[in-house]
Design a protein around this ligand. Structure first.
Ligand SMILES: [Ca+2]
Ligand SMILES: [Ca+2]
Ligand SMILES: [Ca+2]
Ligand SMILES: [Ca+2]
Length: 213
């Protein structure tokens, strides 16, 4: 008796195999897509972190040559200001510091954004600010330098409720602010940016500057 060996595949088997293959390939594509998204998200976080550190360092660089008595208003412990007039020490006369021209560090609403609790410019941030350094404010040679955009209205973790929600001993502090303890001036800032998936990425950092006495 001759046994007929089945050779090749039935139509059903071929259809099943193609179905399985597309599931496998689809899964592989999804894994690679997720990997690309994760990579872009990491890049966005790294760029945000770099922007935050660089902006804080630029602001701090202006203030390292300032002095304890050369800040107006004086952001003493527990009081945080986001707008500051300061002078740098440019020399000494009979042991007394000579202050240079007044400069300003300040935040203002980003263009297209209003202080109304809404995200007017559709960038995912509500009432966000930008940080400015102003040389010769109000003068003929006034120069406005934008240090960064995407400054949160309040520091991350803080709510406008008269309480210190994020536990740094300052109540309702703005997203960029300065606080002086003795000759140490602390700059804190929270920056936000919309990530790839539409979620808002936020990073917060602080930097201490030792002022001249
Ligand atoms: Ca906005
Ligand atoms: Ca707004
Ligand atoms: Ca606080
Ligand atoms: Ca609060």
């Amino acid at each position: 008796m001759r046994v007929q060996h089945q050779s090749g595949f039935t139509l059903v088997e071929i259809v099943l195999a193609i179905g399985l293959l597309s599931v496998v390939l689809g899964g592989a594509a999804m894994v690679s897509q997720t990997g690309a998204d994760a990579q872009r998200s990491m890049t966005a976080v790294a760029a945000l972190e770099q922007n935050l550190q660089r902006s804080l360092q630029r602001a701090a660089a202006e203030l390292t040559t300032s002095g304890v008595g050369l800040l107006q208003p004086d952001p003493v412990e527990g009081l945080a200001y986001n707008d500051l007039d300061f002078q740098q020490v440019i020399g000494q006369t009979d042991g007394v510091a000579d202050p240079g021209p007044t400069q300003q560090l300040m935040t203002e609403l980003e263009p297209g954004e209003f202080d109304d609790g809404l995200d007017n410019d559709g960038d995912g941030l509500v009432d966000e600010r930008r940080l400015l350094l102003i040389r010769d404010p109000g003068g003929d040679d006034e120069q406005r330098v934008v240090l960064c955009s995407g400054v949160l209205e309040l520091l991350d973790g803080e709510l406008a409720n008269g309480l210190d929600d994020n536990g740094n001993e300052v109540e309702d502090e703005p997203g960029f602010h300065l606080e002086r303890n003795g000759s140490v001036l602390t700059l804190r800032m929270s920056l936000g940016v919309r990530g790839m998936g539409g979620d808002v990425l936020v990073r917060t950092s602080q930097l201490d500057v030792r002022l001249r006495n």
